[in-house]
Design a protein. Structure first.
Ligand code: RB5
Length: 142
C-alpha cells in the first residue's frame, strides 16, 4: 500500500519518525514535505497529499502539523477526502470502521511519538466495516 505524507514545520520531526516507521513496516511512502523544519503554510502540504489520493497515487494519507487541526480543516475541503484528526487509538479505529477515513491527521504538539505510532498502526490496520448504515451516512457528506 502506498501512503502519502505531509507536514508543516510543527509536524516535521514527527513526520520523519512516522516515515521511518512506515518504511520499516514495508509501506511505500510518498514524502510530500516539508523538507526542512522552517516556518511554512500547512494548507500547501495538505493539498499535495489530498491531490495524491484523488489522483490515485496513494491509497491513504497522513498529515501532521502542530495541533493537527489546520491540516484536518484544509484536507476536508478537498472533494473525496475524509480526514480524521486522531489523538487516541479508539478514534483511529473508529474513523476507519465507521467513516472510512482516507487521511489521518495528528498534532505533534499534542501527542508524543509512541502514541503517534500506535495511532498510525491502528489507522492503517483497521478496515472499513462496509456496513450499509455507514456507507449510507458517508454518502450524505456531499
Ligand atoms: C504552526 O505554528 C501551527 O499553527 C500549525 O502547525 C498547526 O497547528 C495549525 O493548525
Amino acid at each position: 500500500m502506498k501512503i502519502s505524507i505531509g507536514s508543516d514545520h510543527g509536524g516535521y520531526q514527527l513526520k520523519q519518525m512516522v516515515i521511518d516507521h512506515l518504511r520499516t513496516r514495508g509501506f511505500e511512502v510518498l514524502d510530500r514535505g516539508c523538507d526542512v523544519p522552517v516556518s511554512c503554510d500547512y494548507p500547501q502540504y495538505a493539498k499535495k497529499v489530498t491531490d495524491d489520493i484523488n489522483a490515485g497515487e496513494a491509497e491513504l494519507g497522513i498529515l501532521i502539523c502542530g495541533t493537527g487541526i489546520g491540516m484536518s480543516m484544509a484536507a476536508n475541503k478537498a472533494a473525496g477526502i475524509r480526514a480524521a484528526l486522531c489523538h487516541d487509538v479508539f478514534s483511529a479505529k473508529a474513523c476507519k470502521e465507521h467513516n472510512n477515513a482516507n487521511v489521518l491527521c495528528m498534532g505533534a504538539r499534542v501527542i508524543g511519538p509512541g502514541l503517534a505510532m500506535m495511532i498510525t498502526d491502528t489507522f492503517l490496520d483497521t478496515p472499513f466495516s462496509n456496513d450499509e448504515r455507514h456507507i449510507r451516512r458517508i454518502s450524505q457528506f456531499s
